[in-house]
Design a protein around this ligand. Structure first.
Ligand code: URA
Ligand code: CA
Length: 441
């Protein structure tokens, strides 16, 4: 087999065989196929596309390019959740504990990564002493004992995806449905998930800005899961404004604690109940989404959810006192309100720009080497549809550096669009994609 022929075949719009896809992934991972051939091949895929079978083969070839985490020693159906990424998304910190409290094993391997704020692991480090460093044996033991553990991602998970993603980034071939879907799904499958719930974000703060392409991406991922025997459901959700109010690390942990105490933002609570309900159904802990929702609502109101978070923090070396008293978490030197100079209704909040303002403050990483300041970030007070009065605070900035605070203040004000006419609130849940098809809400 020659890479040249495979490139030619796809360039001419033909369907590739499983063997050809495996040859490409294995050769590229081993360094036997050069970047210039793969660049041409990616561009051919970009224009000619891949069908469902080719996309599933590509995914499994990437899964098999590295280590596959074996979670078979964990009792029950391991249901993983993945979000395509948004601003201020704290769902994992809420979902993990409530789903675990309902009896579904949560064996979460999370990353740090680049972004507006840190990843789940960074956020959890707001609990003094919390660590994800542990041997796989303890990870499995913890999940069996507490139904939840959060570990770091192994370095050798889907290495083909790592190489391909970097190359796509510099060859203008990121935004192809088959390439995105296989990239995301390969990592989920390699980390041992039996079933997968996807939160596909749509809107200004999301990877997919328009609804149609978000549904298409969701369908591509559900098709892969179905094809390779992993029950997969995707929920398409709004990301036209930050989720909840908090964007930061310790600030988002506090927001998660509020939500577990039944006092969280409406949208974050609703999203967690929706995604969690699907996780319970896939994990065989409820007959349908309605029953699952009741179970989860009871878990929050009875305090079992917050107790589960405390258990998790303690099991991984963190100080559980912080869960009861989140004010123990690090606070920055500067806490200042952002005041608006006009009255009206909030029409738009550019989620990306709020995210970038949090990044400027030091809440996230610009490069792999950047250090995160867990204490800084933004809490917005007004969401789309809310009325604001001239001079009122639309947000509070948490900062450790005055010039950065000034910059963030300007960015937040620019992210908001205020109009005179009344504005309708956004719908959070846009639809669901299952192996049975697409249901728009
Ligand atoms: N996230 C991924 O992991 N891969 C992509 O291709 C796009 C987003
Ligand atoms: Ca939030």
């Amino acid at each position: 087999m020659r890479m040249y022929d495979i490139i030619m075949k796809k360039r001419n719009g033909e369907e590739l065989s499983s063997e050809e896809i495996k040859f490409f992934i294995s050769g590229y991972t081993k360094g036997e196929i050069p970047d210039y051939q793969v660049s041409a091949f990616l561009m051919a895929i970009y224009f000619r596309k891949m069908n469902e079978r080719e996309t599933a083969d590509l995914t499994m070839a990437m899964v098999n390019s590295g280590e596959i985490v074996d979670l078979s020693a964990i009792e029950g159906i391991k249901v993983d959740k993945h979000s395509t990424g948004g601003v201020g998304d704290t769902t994992t910190l809420v979902l993990g504990p409530i789903v675990a409290a309902a009896g579904v094993p949560v064996a979460k391997m999370s990353g740090r990564g680049l972004g507006h704020t840190g990843g789940t692991i960074d956020k959890l480090e707001s609990f003094d002493g919390f660590s994800v460093e542990m041997p796989i044996a303890k990870f499995i033991e913890d999940v069996n004992k507490y139904k939840i553990a959060i570990g770091g991602q192994t370095a050798n998970l889907a290495p083909a995806d790592k190489k391909l993603y970097s190359l796509r980034d510099v060859t203008a071939t990121v935004d192809n449905l088959s390439l995105i879907a296989s990239s995301i799904m390969s990592k989920k499958i390699a980390s041992g998930a039996d079933a997968i719930v996807l939160d596909v974000k749509t809107g200004s703060g999301a990877f997919m800005k328009d609804e149609d392409s978000s549904f298409e991406l969701a369908k591509a991922m559900v098709d892969i899961g179905t094809h390779v025997g992993r029950n997969t459901i995707a929920v398409i959700t709004e990301m036209d404004q930050p989720l909840g109010f908090a964007v930061g690390n310790a600030l988002e942990v506090k927001e998660a604690i509020d939500t577990l105490n039944g006092k969280g933002p409406e949208d974050l609570t609703e999203l967690c109940l929706t995604l969690g309900a699907h996780m319970l159904v896939l994990g065989n802990k409820a007959k349908n989404a309605e029953e699952a929702r009741e179970i989860l609502t009871e878990i929050i109101s009875s305090g079992k959810g917050i107790e589960k978070l405390k258990e998790l923090v303690e099991a991984q070396g963190g100080n559980p006192e912080f869960v009861t008293n989140p004010d123990l978490m690090p606070l920055p030197a500067i806490v200042e309100e952002v005041k608006i100079s006009e009255s009206g209704y909030v029409k738009e909040i550019k989620a990306d720009d709020i995210g970038r303002a949090a990044l400027v403050l030091g809440a996230g990483r610009e490069t792999k080497e950047s250090l995160i300041d867990l204490s800084v970030g933004i809490v917005i007070h007004k969401k789309i549809g809310d009325f604001v009065l001239k001079g009122e605070a639309i947000a509070t900035i948490y900062a450790n550096d005055n010039s950065k605070k000034v910059e963030a203040d300007k960015m937040i004000l620019e992210a908001y669009t205020i109009v005179n006419e009344k504005v309708e609130k956004n719908k959070l849940i846009k639809g669901i994609v299952t192996c049975q098809g697409i249901k728009k809400i």
